[in-house]
Design a protein around this ligand. Sequence first.
Ligand code: MLT
Length: 273
Amino acid sequence: MPTATVNGVQLAYRDEGAGRPLLLIHAFPLNSAIWERQIGPLARHYRVIAPDLRGFGASQIGPGAASMDQYADDLAGLLDQLGPGARRVALGGLSMGGYIAFAFLRRYRERVDALILADTRAQADTEEGRQTREQSARLAEEQGPGAIADQMLPKLLSPHASDELRTEVRRMIETNHRAGIAAALRAMAARPDSTPLLATIDVPTTIIVGAEDSLTPPSDARAMHDAISASRLVEIARAGHLSNLEAPDPFNAAIHALLTGEIAWGGGGGSSW
Ligand code: MLT
């Protein structure tokens, strides 16, 4: 994977295909490998850029605490290095990637021309949620990514996922640094409420959710759809939180429909994927 030094930290990223740029932000506690089933088909039509966030995959962790703003600044700095063709992007984030997409919109709105919010939510954590994050951060620091995989795997995939996919996701989690995982947990706990941002989003937006997502359920996706006027909601049957891995075909079709403008805003519609 190529690397770029951004904000003093070496970030690894995937950059495949040509044409309209699509920046995909991975979920927690994973890395850009979650996008492999998207990059293959979508890079035939678009330039797909998928970084490992600082502290994940092959990227360095860097000094100090992480934050959604810091991750967003890293993405903007990476795009700066990828040339004028990557200045303005279609931005997609899954779960924590969605939280980072909200931070990116707050800071670099003019650089986003379409938005994909997948298996994510706009609300901040509750106080109880913050305490659980801190316990998980300590677990990651003391016992490493395997303990986080044990804790999270049942929530990431639906009962329909294959054993092979479960093993693949566990391996992805286990390649991460324990400090990077802990930093992201604390960063998610500190993230602001993005609900007020939703009504201001005026770029074409597709919200995707696995019908069996128990971490960020369809009710969260519907709330975002109701608040973002230029949005379409795609609910994918028999898929859990990592809907892009469990159901790549409908997930990719939803992105393709957004980027080709083949959908009737607010009313759904088909795609020619
Ligand atoms: C994720 O998939 O990125 C995380 O589960 C999000 C979260 O824990 O809030």
